[in-house]
Design a protein around this ligand. Sequence first.
Ligand code: MG
Length: 358
Amino acid sequence: MAAEIWAVVLCAGSSTRFGSDKLAALLGGRPVREWAQQTLRDHPQIAGVVVVGNGEGGATRQESVSMGLAQVPASATHILVHDGARPLLSAGLVDRLVAALLSAEQGVAPTLPVVDTIRRGEQLVERDGLSRMQTPQGGPATWMRAVHSGADATVTDDIELLLRAGHPVCFVPGEEANAKVTTVADLEHLKHFMKREVRTGLGYDIHRFSEDPRRPLWLGGQLFPDHPGLEGHSDADPLLHAVVDAVLGAAALGDIGLHYPNTDPRWRDRPSLLFLEEAAALVASKGWRVEHVDATVLAESPKVLPHRNEIQHNIGRACGIQADCVNLKATTLEGLGALGRKEGIAAMATATLSREIF
Ligand code: MG
């Protein structure tokens, strides 16, 4: 029988020592609860993930695990239970647990050695043989379901139930980064295990002048009255379109045509600042923060730089950054080519994005 390993992630518990919902707290721009779920979903040897979330969780950890196990399909051969308050679960640790699960019929759990001297009150506790237990913990699905049915609600760890039932267990090396978030200080501590990923995206756009004298000219979210407008489905702002493409490009999320197709009547004559706001929100939902935008308008006319401040503010506001993190430049084409013949306006942009990764 081929192995089918499922994971249950517990995201239900209260956050009494945190002050607010610790699982909703942001770590690297993403809620704590999402990190380990994603790592498990992305792992090639994990067949599926069941999340026991807020509102549907049990009164005790034990009840929550039972609710999760009930949602794991009967075809699962092994089940790992992970605490959602341990966001920085690494794929490497999942590798080690999976290897242990597949090597023998046994329960598995990550542990770390105790290096500090431990006392209970004034009494010295012999440190030898002590270890700190982490999650994910688990074992063969039949064992997990059996030990959890009618289990002692005061037991806070799955491996203890397997041991009490007389099953063999295997401990694999845990990781300091796989620490549990209990206090705000714990969350701060986790940031030491993360690094910043920086990416740059490129955008280019061009629109021809419209023959419709009523079409207004928009550049960088700024109206240029008394100047011929550009042809296009939305407000045809090539500068903002180039910035949207740069932002989406840096996050590897496609381009403006993918998200706002010009066949969609919803975008007809819509202000392009809306696209930029939505693109910034989309990249933010993936943990990205816009750090910097640099853009150049290529046009014989109008003169753009007198409106440099307003445009930099427009772009900054839409991206959620200060205007001094936006730079606008402009150049003419020396009369060369289509742009030089004043047939249209083009713009190019780069965007720098960063996010915290583990
Ligand atoms: Mg365009």
